[in-house]
Design a protein around this ligand. Structure first.
Ligand code: HEM
Ligand code: PLO
Length: 483
């Protein structure tokens, strides 16, 4: 911060007493787009009021880098809202927990467990490939008929996370899986939408349809989590750690045995449940959403799909399945995944951050307790950083010879950055690569003849959702001939 000169506050949208700037935002369900467009009038960094909360909106990479990386610690807090408090039992998870020693401890535990079971281990590759094979079988069985791929993609991804968290998986049509699909959709539809309830907590006393649905869905989720927790507790002997749930139980057991217990680091049952709930929820909804966007873009751009398949035929062939070690061989597929993550960021406003001290962004002063929204949509669609940002062009992520992948602009943060960076980045990238490689080696994905091309417009929420669409998965002639 400059010494001696007092910094001013960012320009603010007009605000009325009580409702704040709600009038400028109401009637615009696509909040990321509204905040992106408001830059035209207020500049790339501006402030607004959500009820009594002071909110700063960051739309440029330069400022996003300052918040997430250079002053990461100043901005590592999270707001408490009615809906995320319900989801996480008052912030006992990782994603919606305030910055503090317990949050740090939980993050570290999960990070260690994920690297132990997953990232870099052959076991995880085997699990993903098992699910990819099962997905391909389902697509084969549905050959040439119009199919909603969403539940199939969700089951494949869920089973990977389920294996990691609980060492279990679901079969097609499993009623527990159907229940999970339903409650998770209910949560995605209602949580963290900066809905009225989150702006005015006192509205909780009135009946609210969204809040009622969220509570009902959370009941189902809690039952399911508790059942897994109890089964694990009963079977746990302390020696063999099969999954994340066991790993958390083991850490707690050793903490209980060490006396005196470390102050501030006591993991209650709620902390364990909410941590697993986070990884399960984040693991399923994010990766599935990216896969749906990828399939949708491939329907719109058959020439890009063909190019991926040509690259695969050339580098891997049709005799063996794709492996993780093939990633450097398939830069065009990797570039396509990167471009999907740019053009339709799963988390277009990240999760809101909160300033933990009086601080600054650029030439503006930011008071302690401000909510800071990083508009990733703006960062990924900034015309000063990206040529024709609205164009889907995987080539922009390739070097001149098309052999190596690189980002042409630093203005690219699909997983966030810094202290609160996504915990599942490595896992997600492994899944996206293997699932897409397996499917595209065998099938060409097409829009059913009798249907218009589905819309590329997302639906804003805690993740940027894809509208429902159908696909025809046609077995490739080359694959048929080879097998
Ligand atoms: C946080 C993106 C997959 C677990 C985040 C954030 C983003 C993000 C943007 C917020 C960063 C911030 O607030 O500054 C993505 C994308 C994914 C993905 C694009 C898929 C392509 C996953 C997976 C897991 C996961 C598979 C779990 C295994 C988490 C957790 C947080 C998080 C726990 C909260 C971190 C914290 O607050 O400390 N992710 N994510 N994510 N992600 Fe992911
Ligand atoms: C998705 C619905 C689940 O039922 C619960 C859940 C838990 C963690 C959340 C996730 C939901 C949405 C995506 C989130 C994730 C934590 C990190 C991730 C917000 C609500 C992202 C992309 O930031």
């Amino acid at each position: 911060m400059a010494t001696g000169t007092a910094l001013g506050r960012p320009r603010s949208l007009p605000a009325l007493p009580l409702v704040g700037s709600l009038l400028q935002l109401a009637g615009h369900p696509q909040l990321h787009l509204r905040l992106w467009r408001l830059q035209g009038h207020y500049g790339s960094l501006y402030a607004l009021w959500m009820g009594s909360h002071y909110v700063v909106v960051v739309n440029s990479y330069r400022h996003a880098r300052e918040v997430l990386l250079k002053k990461g610690k100043d901005f590592a807090g999270r707001p408490r809202t009615v809906t995320t408090d319900l989801l996480s039992r008052g912030g006992k998870d990782i994603a919606f927990a305030s910055y503090g020693p317990l949050w740090k401890f939980q993050r570290k535990l999960v990070h260690t467990a994920l690297s132990m079971f997953g990232e870099g281990s052959l076991a995880l590759e085997r699990i993903i490939c098992r699910e990819a094979a099962s997905l391909c079988e389902t697509l084969s069985a549905a050959q040439d008929t119009a199919l909603d791929m969403a539940p199939e993609l969700t089951r494949a991804v869920t089973n990977v996370v389920c294996s990691l968290c609980f060492n279990s998986s679901y079969r097609r049509g499993d009623p527990e899986f159907e229940a999970m699909l339903e409650y998770s959709q209910g949560i995605v539809d209602t949580v963290a939408k900066e809905s009225l309830v989150d702006i005015f907590p006192w509205l909780q006393v009135f009946p609210n349809k969204d809040l009622a649905l969220l509570k009902k869905c959370l009941q189902v989720r809690d039952q399911l989590l508790l059942q897994k927790f109890t089964e694990h507790k009963e079977a746990f002997c302390g020696d063999t750690v099969k999954d994340l749930m066991d790993a958390l139980l083991q850490v707690r057991l050793s903490a209980e045995n060490s006396s005196p217990p470390e102050p501030g680091l006591e993991l209650t049952d709620d902390h364990l449940l909410m941590t697993v709930g986070d990884i399960f929820g984040a693991g399923v909804e994010t990766t599935t959403t990216v896969l749906k966007w990828a399939v949708l873009y491939l329907l719109h751009y058959p020439e890009i799909q063909r190019k991926i398949q040509e690259e695969m035929d050339h580098k891997i062939g049709l005799v063996r399945h794709p492996h993780l070690s093939d990633r450097p061989l398939l830069p065009y597929l990797e570039a396509t995944i990167s471009e999907v993550l740019r053009i339709r960021p799963v988390s277009p406003l990240l999760i809101p951050h909160v300033s933990l001290a009086d601080t600054s962004i650029g030439e503006y002063s930011i008071p302690k307790g401000a909510r800071v929204i990083i508009n990733l949509w703006s960062v990924h669609h900034d015309e000063k950083e990206w040529e024709k940002p609205e164009e889907f062009n995987p080539g922009r992520f390739l070097d001149e010879r098309g052999q190596h992948i690189h980002s042409p602009s630093p203005s690219y943060l699909p997983f966030g950055a810094g202290i609160r960076v996504c915990l599942g980045k490595v896992l997600a990238k492994m899944e996206l690569f293997l699932f897409l490689a397996w499917v595209l080696q065998r099938f060409t994905l097409e829009c059913p003849e009798d249907q218009p091309l589905p819309s590329l417009e997302g639906k804003f929420g805690v993740v940027l959702q894809v509208q429902k669409f159908q696909v025809k998965a046609r077995l490739r002639e080359a694959w048929r001939a080879a097998s």
